[in-house]
Design a protein around this ligand. Sequence first.
Ligand SMILES: [Fe+2]
Length: 378
Amino acid sequence: MAVTWNSAKRTNGIVRYGLDSLRLKQQVESADIKVKGGNDSSYNYKAEIKNLNPGTRYYYQCGSEAGGWSAVYTFKTAPIPGKKGKYTIGVWGDTQNNAGNLAFEQTSKIVDQLAKFPLDLSIHMGDIVENGSVENSWFDFLKIAQPVTSKAPFMPVVGNHDVVNNIDQINFQKPFQIFYNSFQLPNQYLNYSYDYGNVHFVAINSGFAQGAAKVGKVLLHQNSPDYIWLEKDLSAARKNKNVTWIILYTHYPVYSFGVSHIQEWQHNLSPILDRYKVDLCLSGHRHVYERHKAIRTNAEEDLKFGSYYDHSNGTVYITNGSSGGSLQGVGGFNMSSIVFTPKEKTFTYAIMTVDGNSIHYDVYDQNDHKIDFFKIVK
Ligand SMILES: [Fe+2]
């Protein structure tokens, strides 16, 4: 388990942890050099706790004698690979601090709701902040998100607002240094995968697709290193007997109403999602919630009952981009693959429960009203 935190003091950084909240007997020291960020008031710390037991609840706090200690928090480690259980995953996206959410006030309401659930992890669809180069935005987000991120791993992808969007810069479509300082993610942070019980999660960087399209730099074009990595990863996951579900998430949708999706991906990404039977493809970017029929080879599968995907052959595509950033209005009613989207502008988040051979997906608004649900069974 990786723990990252910020402190106003530059000192040594320690995570104390243990099985008993009153006796945090073990400790690990932050290995990283502390990086000053934001308004000169914060240093990033990062520590990795190793040799933990699977499926076990631990308690921890971070800080130091010189800098002071945090409160005691708790996390549960991942189950052994392949174990079927009931896993609760928070799904949120587009928390960006733009007009109406400048201090993450809308996101804060979403965080309050998410934190009530017994989350095993939360996945974020990107556009975490409005302008990734503004370091204080990240610190503000981290403060607001703490009730969720302190108790379950936070596994984000980056959105177009989180990355360098100037095509002349060498780091075009890559995140700013503060992203690397603030989180700890597998495989160099951008395209990565991990197993949780019987679920294989795949997280994909979609960069700044609108800008990239103009200069032929859309990510995941066929035979690019990222594409080859993805195909290899999906192929291995589908052959793995421990994996029931493959859930892929990325910032830009493959299918969505309007112009928010990446057109090119319908021709080069969809075929490999089809081939390896990806069950769910989650995204954000467009600030709405949208649920589509299962899609295979660019054709819609039949959905006999409105909320029940029964042994479907296709991938279910969801846009989940309304956890704080300015809502972009309604729409999508005239797109044939859309099964549900709210009739009004609505901030949302989702709770995905993977329970053996079924997935329940419940979508809530800021006021805790369930606005949609569906179930996938195989
Ligand atoms: Fe976006």
